[in-house]
Design a protein around this ligand. Structure first.
Ligand code: TEU
Ligand code: CA
Length: 569
């Protein structure tokens, strides 16, 4: 393995193309738009760009549902534009990392269309087709082959009325999962990867790559006490053949190329430090680094990501500590606060009102001073804050829309549902990049596909490029997230260390505390699907206006009492 690959000292910048810059005035960002802003990236000192998917796509999940792996979405540009972009980046000494989405395709991909044509299709086995099973599953359409719940709410199975069989989709029904057990599928993916590398790209960010190996027997998942669907995660994450598949991919795609020049980063919800050591040990020839989800799951409650919980600074530091130590002697960390799936870091981990600039600066210092490769998501360098989502009409993200629809249909209060989406929803980070205080923030001449952030006149790239100060504690607006923290979440170990009696009985039920025998959480604690740390609800009483380094937290005992039952700490 190479002694010092370039990405050991690089900063990578993520572009979400639809929201970066719109050159042709149709309201959607595009490749020519990126080409117009390379100065900004070069001035920032960016070494490489990671581009979220730019392939043809029906757009059910903004490009993470791909219908052709070897072309460019006409809405975003052409292969010629793409080649120009690669050349222009290389000319400035920057590299390009592409998104690789091969856990699933679009249901409009020719592979799936053929697979769905009937049980005798030669590509039937390229996806996960299963017959209906006898009996019905409460709360679902009928006889789903397993009880698994999808990432985007509802069952992971979609019925195909023509054949009477179901296909598996861990994400939306328009994102059927590829069957990696089939060697032809794997070879088709490797061929496609070589095709892009031959075109001159510098690596891949691999979407949910730890989900490609499933337990082929597809066992049911544990059902939480208050739920109907089960948690399939232990059966589809880091499955039995995951290391074999990644090593095979390395041999088939990267071997024989100058591996030191290429970068691979695997996105891995739920990955543990122990797993990451294996995935990123250079001797094993799997991946260079992974995106782990520990720190971005700390505010996910027992009811899932939309059950938003207060953050605890000590927990956050403990998480970073674990990952820094865990990958100190072998492997490598990736570092991030933000991406297109997470709320804005300043709003989530900092203060997005009076201390916006100071928070953004502190968060950047924490990120960039750790060991690993830092990733900056577009707008993070400006200290952008969460979107201002007023009603469900403002939502564009399929995950939030599906959650809203199902939660409200099940009787939850729509304003409360919106409130959690305002805090954790993915649209928060998808508002157009504000380049200036001009119309549409200089994003483009047409009204953008998602509303621009209302603060664009103050928070934009031009304003900051003209600001001579390195950073300033300027003020603006009021904080949106400062009145919630009477309880704090802690890892189980730190609860007992603090002498706090463990968990409130009212929080005893756990959806994910039953994950699997090897990864079960202690009684009355839970772990979110994406973050491997078990947490409990501690009865720690914070004084009013408790202050933490990066975030001011005011106490509303009233709020907590109403929400979590009686206070008995
Ligand atoms: O995300 C995978 C993932 O597990 C989550 O971060 C996801 O965004 C969701 O919020 C879980 O609740 C990747 C992509 O980054 C995401 O944009 C895609 O929607 C998803 O895979 C499917 O391709
Ligand atoms: Ca456009």
């Amino acid at each position: 393995p190479p002694i010092d690959p370039w990405w050991h000292s690089a900063v990578i910048y993520q572009i979400y193309p639809r929201s970066f810059a719109d050159a042709n005035g149709d309201g959607i960002g595009d490749l020519r738009g990126i080409l117009q802003h390379l100065d900004h990236l070069e001035d920032l000192g960016v070494d490489a760009i990671w581009l979220s998917p730019i392939y043809p796509s029906p757009g059910d999940d903004n490009g993470y549902d791909i219908s052709d792996y070897e072309a460019i979405d006409p809405v975003l540009g052409t292969l010629e534009d793409f080649d120009d972009l690669v050349a222009a980046l290389h000319a400035r000494g920057m590299r390009l990392v592409m998104d690789l989405v091969v856990n699933h395709t679009s249901d409009e991909h020719p592979w799936f269309v053929e697979s769905a044509s009937g049980p005798d299709s030669p590509k039937r086995d390229w996806y996960w087709w299963r017959p209906a099973r006898p009996g019905t599953l409460a709360g679902t359409s009928g006889a789903e082959p397993t009880n698994w719940e999808s990432f985007f709410s509802g069952p992971v199975w979609q019925l195909d009325p023509a054949s009477g069989e179901y296909y598996l989709h861990l994400f939306s029904a328009k994102q059927p999962d590829l069957n990696w057990e089939n060697p032809d599928v794997r070879q088709a993916v490797y061929r496609m990867m070589r095709w892009w590398l031959d075109r001159g790209i510098d690596g891949f960010r691999m979407d949910v790559i730890n989900l490609i190996s499933k337990d082929p027997s597809l066992p049911d998942g544990a059902v939480p006490p208050d739920g109907t669907l089960g948690d399939g995660f232990p059966h589809y994450a880091a499955g039995p053949r995951i290391h074999e598949f990644l090593q095979e991919m390395h041999r088939e795609v990267f071997a024989g190329r100058d591996a030191a020049d290429l970068l691979t980063v695997g996105e891995m919800p739920g990955a543990t430090v122990e797993q990451a050591r294996l995935f990123t040990d250079p001797e094993r020839r799997e991946l260079d680094m992974v995106f782990q989800f520990d720190h971005v799951g700390l505010d996910h409650g027992p009811g899932g990501k939309f059950d938003v919980q207060p953050l605890d600074l000590v927990e956050l530091k403990a998480s970073f500590d674990r990952w820094q130590r865990g990958l100190a002697d072998v492997g490598w960390n990736s570092l991030y606060w933000n991406n297109h799936d997470q709320p804005r870091a300043v709003s989530r981990f900092g203060d997005d009102g009076a201390f916006r600039v100071a928070s953004a600066t502190a968060l950047a210092a924490v990120l960039h001073l750790q060991r690993g490769t830092p990733y900056v998501y577009q707008g993070e360098e400006l200290g952008m804050t969460n979107a201002r989502l007023r009603t469900s009409d403002d939502l564009r993200d399929i995950e939030s829309l599906r959650h809203y629809e199902l939660a409200v249909a099940s009787g939850q209060d729509s304003e409360r549902v919106m409130d959690s989406i305002r805090r954790i929803g993915r649209d928060n980070a998808r508002t157009p990049m504000p380049w200036s205080d001009e119309e549409n923030g200089g994003f483009g001449s047409h009204h953008p596909w998602i509303d621009i952030h209302p603060d664009f006149a103050e928070v934009n790239a031009r304003q900051q490029r003209q600001d001579p100060r390195p950073s300033s504690p300027s003020t603006g607006g009021s904080s949106g997230s400062d009145t919630r923290n009477a309880w704090s979440q802690r890892a189980d170990s730190s609860c007992s260390r603090l002498g706090i009696r463990r968990c409130s009985p009212t929080v005893a039920t756990s959806t994910t505390g039953v994950l699997s025998s090897s990864r079960t959480c202690p009684a009355r604690s839970w772990r979110s699907r994406e973050s491997p740390t078990c947490r409990c609800q501690c009865r720690r009483r914070l004084s009013c206006s408790a202050t933490s380094a990066a975030r001011r937290t005011r106490v509303s005992m009233h709020y907590r009492r109403g929400r979590r039952g009686s206070f008995s700490g």
